[in-house]
Design a binder for this molecule. Structure first.
Ligand SMILES: C[C@H](O)[C@H](O)[C@H]1CNC2=NC(N)=NC(=O)C2=N1
Length: 97
């Protein structure tokens, strides 16, 4: 995906940023507790398995960072944006995120 196209898309996705050095998109979600973080991660993991596209996940107590890139293509693709959108839905549907 072209950089300007990606920037336009991310402008409509609050909290998601493009990390130029790592060539990935990421967002840190704030959760109410550690167990809420785990519940959210389980929901994201289930989606990731369904679509066979897997984020890097960093859990820091009450924060969960999702990092997305398409390793197979060595860049950010629609698969990443689609998983990011699905993760937003999971966040809305997980109590305490
Ligand atoms: C063979 C299989 O489709 C690939 O290994 C998938 C699995 N999950 C993946 N996840 C992510 N984030 N990027 C990939 O390129 C990727 N590739």
């Amino acid at each position: 995906m072209k950089k300007d196209e990606l920037a336009d898309t991310l402008a409509g996705m609050p909290g998601w940023t493009y990390e130029a050095g790592a060539d990935r998109i990421e967002k840190t979600f704030s959760c109410q507790s550690f167990l809420t973080s785990i519940a959210f991660v389980k929901n994201v993991a289930s989606i990731a398995e369904d679509v066979n596209h897997h984020p890097e996940i960093l859990i820091q107590y009450d924060k969960v960072t999702l990092r997305l890139r398409t390793h197979d293509e060595d860049k950010v693709t629609d698969k990443d944006l689609s998983l990011a959108t699905a993760a937003e839905k999971a966040a809305n549907e997980t109590d305490g995120v």
